[in-house]
Design a binder for this molecule. Structure first.
Ligand code: HEC
Length: 334
């Protein structure tokens, strides 16, 4: 009984002392006053364990490598995250300098467990500046960002700019002329906004056009799923499709003629991509691929070596396919 009483008194004193400390205003809440080492370690451990625990039950979707998802995530990341987390080729921002704790540079070092990244993006992190994006974004959009974060550390500034389709701040800083902010987009010789001004001296055959590749990949996947709507949505109305020695001169013509056969064939086939490269020139891009296709078709095994050249245009709704040329020949040894 005596022990209990003593314990209660000690507890009461502690609570009062704590209250007095809070009330006195002695604690420096400023973001520019660092924690004691011990407090910092405790908070780190608290955050890590809390996120680990909570992320355990998160189910990782299987499509994180889907280029269309990556492209969507890239757009979100570029629009919402770079101020705090930066991007390849981007200089420090003013907001970062004043943040405590410092947001990690997500383009440096690996992201770690995708479930934990998903959880942190969705719910945010208390007592830091990391917002809960789940208040305004559904899970699919958050997974798109996670998919992109996995890729981010491997991107060069140039690739980052292309995949985000945006001359972001990272870009502006490359023109060290002190007038970046004032320069109209058309003065930049590479991005998507300058469709009107095709006055480049030399069309830049740049490192590639990941967003255009993503559109081609999404088209293929739609064909392979047998998803007519999604496949047609990737094609321009005046698309030109050359295959099997004939030319189809519009989306409607393709929809009426070969689309059905192509989908049926691809659904029965295994396609292995052998190579793919691309280049960007203003609001145009081309994507060239080689593939090997094997199928059991009308009772016979088929093995083809094929190539594909796709021309794309960038418009309001992203990259659409303006022309496709397919060529295939039987493989020597099926
Ligand atoms: C206002 C600044 C700010 C913005 C904007 C912001 N974050 Fe953060 N983020 C932070 C801070 C600060 C942390 C570090 C939290 C910590 O250290 O506990 C963080 C942590 C993270 C982490 C966890 C990293 C780790 O090592 O555990 C991920 C993932 C993340 N942010 C992704 C994003 C994404 C994606 C966006 C855009 C949708 C975004 N953040 C926007 C400030 C921000």
């Amino acid at each position: 009984m005596k022990l209990l009483l003593k314990t209660l008194v000690v507890l009461l004193v502690l609570v009062l002392a704590g209250g007095a400390f809070v009330w006195s205003g002695a604690y420096d809440i400023g973001a520019d006053a660092p924690h004691w080492t011990l407090t910092e370690r405790l908070l780190d451990a608290l955050r890590e364990r809390s996120i680990e625990r909570r992320a355990e039950d998160v189910q990782v979707p299987s499509n994180l490598d889907d280029p269309a998802l990556l492209a969507e995530g890239a757009e979100h990341y570029d629009a919402m995250c770079t101020g705090c987390h930066l991007a390849p080729g981007m200089d420090e921002t003013e907001i970062r300098a004043g943040l405590y704790p410092q947001p990690p540079k997500l383009a440096e070092g690996s992201m770690g467990d995708p479930r934990e990244a998903f959880w942190a993006i969705k719910h945010g992190v208390k007592l830091t500046a990391m917002p809960a994006w789940g208040k305004t974004h559904d899970d699919a959009k958050i997974w798109a960002m996670v998919a992109f974060l996995r890729k981010l550390p491997s991107l060069t500034p140039e690739q980052y700019r292309q995949i985000t389709g945006n001359a972001g701040e990272g870009d502006a800083h490359e023109h060290h002329d002190g007038h970046e902010e004032a320069a109209p987009p058309a003065d930049h010789d590479h991005d998507a906004h300058d469709g009107a001004g095709h006055d480049h001296a030399a069309p830049a055959a740049t490192a590639g056009a990941p967003a255009a590749e993503a559109a081609v990949q999404a088209f293929h996947e739609a064909l392979q799923r047998g998803d007519r709507e999604a496949a047609l949505a990737r094609l321009a109305e005046d698309v030109q499709i050359a295959e099997g020695g004939s030319l189809q001169r519009s989306r409607a013509a393709y929809a009426a003629a070969h689309l059905g056969d192509d989908m049926a064939f691809l659904q029965a086939a295994q396609v292995r991509l052998l190579s793919r490269h691309s280049a960007l020139d203003g609001d145009r891009a081309w994507v060239a691929s080689e593939m090997e296709t094997r199928a059991q078709w009308q009772g016979k095994p088929i093995a083809l070596r094929g190539s594909e050249t796709v021309l794309l245009r960038q418009g309001g709704s992203g990259w659409t396919i303006a022309a496709i040329h397919w060529a295939a020949a039987p493989l020597a040894s099926p």
